[in-house]
Design a protein around this ligand. Structure first.
Ligand SMILES: *[C@@H]1O[C@H](CO)[C@@H](O)[C@H](O)[C@H]1NC(C)=O
Ligand SMILES: *[C@@H]1O[C@H](CO)[C@@H](O)[C@H](O)[C@H]1NC(C)=O
Ligand SMILES: *[C@@H]1O[C@H](CO)[C@@H](O)[C@H](O)[C@H]1NC(C)=O
Ligand SMILES: *[C@@H]1O[C@H](CO)[C@@H](O)[C@H](O)[C@H]1NC(C)=O
Length: 384
């Protein structure tokens, strides 16, 4: 035989056999690996004998794994693509084998009793897009490698006992839309890189021990942000002057921190706002007149905030406002006669201020009102 032909045959053999083998050897996982990983997960959970997983997740023909409770396989590749085990009373740890589910896109184990930390092995799951481990007992620091998931869209770790600082690397998550880390024990500053995730729509850090100032330009790179929850932390300094650049904000929650200074009048430019929480800070000055532009505002919470001056009568003309909390400030002067020109108002809490004058006669028009607190003011006239 011709040497060239021999060479071609040799090359073909090399291509058909050796190349795929060397190629596969890098990611030599298959549905059997997936079954092995899930069985490892099962054995790291303390299951009561009557739990649905006990007789459902059992070693079998590997392809049948796709029919197990909580498991969804991809239509084409028939590998485990989603693991949905919410609200199942699962108490245990995450075994390193879970990192072998290399086709996993969604991991949802919310509202169980998982504990321990999130293992480095999970970093191997490069396809992850949705991770919900909220309402468990995980602890320790959030592994910085979360910042290396190129496709992550949704991360919810709320209501665990995670501690340590928020990893800077999160700034690399350019596809991330939802980041919920509230009600944990995070400390330190919010890294400036967090405010650089331009796809972000929801950012929630309420109920941690975060400190420091917010960057003045924090909204410059967050054009899509709809909800910002930073309440109940130790954040300080003035409200960032550039807040109005988060022009799509619907919920702004900065209450119960150590913010100081005046409420920036530019908040009036956030015309999509539905809920504004700024109470429980050490502010000064008045409610800016510009709040009258917040035509979509449904809830205004400014209690315990050190505010002074009159309660602007335009507040009561805002067509959408349903709940007003202005208690425990130093507001003075009297209320407008008709506080319910549009009878949407459900809650009016203006107790513990220095308001004077008559209790507004128009209060009878507030047909939707379910809670009213006028206590500890200097009103004259009959209390209602
Ligand atoms: C899966 O992961 C475990 C632990 O990380 C490892 O020991 C095992 O060799 C991996 N591979 C397969 C094919 O299960
Ligand atoms: C996880 O499951 C819960 C309960 O079914 C659901 O509300 C939540 O949206 C799910 N999260 C994700 C990321 O799919
Ligand atoms: C934010 O992103 C911009 C543009 O990609 C970059 O120039 C800047 O250094 C980043 N800032 C931070 C704090 O990461
Ligand atoms: C903010 O609102 C003021 C009116 O109070 C208006 O003059 C200004 O153009 C607005 N700015 C932006 C950026 O929308």
């Amino acid at each position: 035989m011709d040497r060239t032909i021999l060479f071609h045959i040799f090359a073909a053999v090399l291509f058909l056999y050796i190349f795929p083998i060397t190629c596969l050897s890098k990611t030599s996982t298959n549905i059997t690996t997936d079954q092995y990983a899930l069985l490892a997960l099962k054995s790291s959970i303390a299951l009561p004998p009557d739990h649905i997983l006990v007789n459902n997740w059992i070693a079998t023909t590997p392809t049948l794994v796709c029919d197990w409770v909580g498991v969804t396989c991809g239509k084409l590749h028939r590998r485990v693509a989603a693991l949905d085990l919410p609200n199942m009373g699962l108490i245990g740890t995450i075994p390193p084998h879970l990192g072998n589910l290399s086709f996993l896109v969604r991991l949802n184990i919310t509202n169980n009793g998982f504990y321990g930390d999130l293992l480095a092995e999970l970093a191997n799951i490069r396809r992850l897009q949705y991770v919900d481990v909220s309402l468990n007992n995980f602890g320790g620091p959030i592994p910085h490698w979360f910042g290396a998931f190129p496709k992550l869209v949704f991360l919810n770790v709320q209501n665990n006992s995670f501690s340590g600082s928020i990893p800077q690397d999160f700034g690399n998550l350019q596809s991330l839309k939802v980041l919920i880390m509230q009600f944990n024990q995070f400390t330190g500053c919010i890294p400036p890189t967090i405010f650089n995730m331009s796809s972000l729509e929801v950012l929630a850090f309420t109920g941690n021990s975060l400190s420091g100032n917010l960057p003045a330009n924090m909204c410059s790179y967050l054009p899509n942000l709809k909800s910002l929850y930073l309440s109940v932390n130790y954040l300080e300094g003035q409200f960032p002057p550039g807040l109005q650049e988060c022009s799509k904000l619907q919920v702004l929650s900065l209450s119960v921190n150590q913010f100081t200074g005046r409420i920036p009048s530019k908040i009036g430019n956030l015309t999509m706002l539905k809920q504004l929480y700024l109470g429980g800070n050490s502010l000064e000055g008045e409610i800016p007149r510009e709040f009258g532009q917040l035509v979509n505002l449904e809830l205004l919470a400014l209690g315990h905030a050190g505010l002074t001056g009159l309660i602007p009568s335009l507040l009561f003309n805002m067509s959408s406002l349903e709940e007003i909390y202005l208690q425990a400030n130093n507001f003075s002067g009297s209320l407008p006669r008709n506080i319910c020109p549009r009878p949407l108002l459900r809650v009016l809490d203006i107790g513990r201020n220095k308001l004077t004058g008559n209790i507004p006669s128009g209060v009878g028009n507030c047909t939707a009102l379910s809670t009213i607190d006028l206590q500890e003011n200097n009103f004259t006239g009959n209390p209602i």
